[in-house]
Ligand binder design. Structure first.
Ligand code: NAD
Length: 469
């Protein structure tokens, strides 16, 4: 096993070589950027089956169909979008020069320069997507990269290490595997930019470590994503779409609906429709290949703790489908916890698993106040046809992104930025915003052949009385 010290040494040597190559390279042309992106595309296309099998093994049950959609196609979409659009993104921007310098022939423009080497730390819940999607933006911007997958998915990490080694020159993209200690060494290296996807708690440590070398960070963190169902919503359709979203990856998605606010009058209609919709998607738990398992025993114990506390404090808990939470195996029915106390763990912590909270309300303004009393969420969802109410919710809240009348979908928009705000993160990837995130926007000014400053009295010796003029 590689030690923290050995990792630091190996990374330090690699980063030195990267830096030397970056300083020598000159322009990283479009063809080079496209070639690097294409290597990542080929890797995923050639080995998608083995990668899906590795994720299935790591989760102890994750359907290939889901892994293909979420991780393989999600990553390919980012890589192909970058490959097919970067030509427009790299164009130098001509900027206006203040008069009369422009008339004298001065010019200014902005160059989008690669920053150098981008370090990318990924999570277990979307083991390919959280590495390859930011990689797409980093490579489009002309950078080199070093990846660090999560140790919670060891088979996937090991396979990725092998494939990255086979497909990429380590001077373009390299990979380091290991657990928290290796992550700590990684976060302390003098990268030119660091991307971290993970929990808010670890995100703070990453930012502290990066500060040592003033490394800019993109933090893709988590939080409790709320859903507001307005009175004008089609309750059955909202319940169906939320059941689809909540079932994805067994609720282990950073933007999974976490708290669902339902008008008090619609409580029974919503619960019934939600239970029916979820049970239709997943009619049974045991031996159901469509269920994604809770990733490990530690996360099972965490979820059990939330549910036991909510039950003790008198919250109603409904299971979808309506079976007992099995004590064996990590495939579990979805637990719907209705109106738990505000200070209970399930109301305070990110659920990140097969459970969801339903809260009833009678005044939507109080819902908005409650959302605003917590940390800024990564995602916010609103269902309803009342445009004034929709505007009210949009205008009075701040979140990483928003989906209206559906869930999760804004994060799939490759041509728009994805990222958090406040405790849910900072910075973006996807699309042109991702390209800009990993580029240094360098202003270049070219002086005019004539320098009029002396004639204007702007150079010393200054004319007498100049300051009073
Ligand atoms: P985590 O924070 O435990 O770990 C993430 C990564 O950081 C892993 O690779 C891990 O090895 C590494 N790490 C852990 N401790 C470290 C330390 N002290 N120093 C350096 N590296 C360290 O997160 P997780 O459990 O893998 O993922 C779940 C969290 O990620 C959830 O909060 C979820 O919301 C969030 N998430 C966010 C996004 C997003 O795009 N915003 C996407 C997926 C997951």
């Amino acid at each position: 096993m590689t030690t923290q010290l050995e990792t630091s040494q190996a990374l330090s040597d690699l980063l030195r070589l990267h830096r030397e190559a970056t300083d020598k390279q000159g322009l990283v042309d479009v063809a080079t950027r496209k070639r690097r992106l294409q290597v990542a595309i080929d890797l995923l296309v050639d080995h998608h089956q083995a990668l899906c099998a590795a994720m299935d093994a790591d989760f102890g049950g994750r359907p290939a169909g889901f892994s293909l959609m979420n991780d393989v196609l999600g990553s390919l979409t980012s890589l192909k979008h970058a490959r097919d659009n970067l030509e427009q993104w790299v164009v130098e921007d001509k900027r206006s020069v203040f008069a009369p310098y422009d008339q004298l022939g001065a010019e200014a423009w902005v160059q989008y320069k690669p920053k150098g080497t981008v370090g990318i730390i990924g999570t277990w819940n979307a083991p390919l997507f959280t590495l390859f999607s930011p990689l797409a933006s980093a490579l489009a911007a002309g950078n080199r990269a070093v990846l660090k997958p999560s140790e919670v998915v060891p088979a996937t990490a090991e396979l990725l290490a092998k494939l990255i080694g086979q497909y990429f020159d380590p001077m373009d993209v390299a990979i380091i595997t290991g657990g928290v200690e290796i992550g700590q060494a990684f976060a302390g290296m003098p990268f030119d930019h660091l991307v971290f996807t993970g929990s808010t708690q670890v995100g703070k440590k990453i930012m502290r470590a990066a500060a040592e070398h003033l490394v800019p960070v993109t933090l893709e963190l988590g939080g409790k994503s709320p859903v507001v169902i307005g009175e004008s919503a089609d309750i059955a359709e909202a319940a169906r779409r939320l059941a689809v979203a909540k079932g994805m990856n067994g609720g282990q998605l950073c933007i999974s609906p976490d708290l669902i606010y339902v008008p008090v009058m619609a409580r029974e209609a919503f619960l019934q429709a939600f239970r029916e919709a979820y049970s239709q998607l997943y009619p049974q738990v045991e031996n159901n290949p469509d269920f994604v398992s809770v990733v490990n025993e530690q996360h099972m114990a965490r979820l059990d703790g939330y549910l036991a506390e909510a039950r003790e404090e008198g919250a109603e808990i409904i299971h979808c489908p309506d079976v007992e939470v099995s004590q064996q195996g990590r495939k579990r029915p979805l637990s719907v916890v209705v109106n738990p106390p505000l200070l209970s763990a399930i109301m305070q912590e990110e659920i990140f698993g097969p459970a969801v909270v339903v809260l009833t309300y009678s005044d939507i303004k109080h819902v908005v106040e409650e959302i605003n009393s917590g940390e800024r969420p990564l995602a916010l969802y609103y269902f309803g046809e009342d445009e004034a109410e929709q505007s009210y919710v949009l205008e009075h809240t701040l979140s990483g992104g928003v989906t209206l009348n559906d869930a999760l979908m804004h994060a799939a928009m490759e041509d728009a930025p994805f990222g958090g705000v406040g405790a849910s993160g900072m910075g973006h990837y996807h699309g042109r915003e991702g390209f800009l995130e990993f580029s240094h926007a360098r202003t270049v000014f070219r002086g005019a052949p004539v320098d009029p400053r002396g004639e204007w009295g702007l150079l010393p010796p200054f004319p007498e009385g100049f300051a009073e003029a």
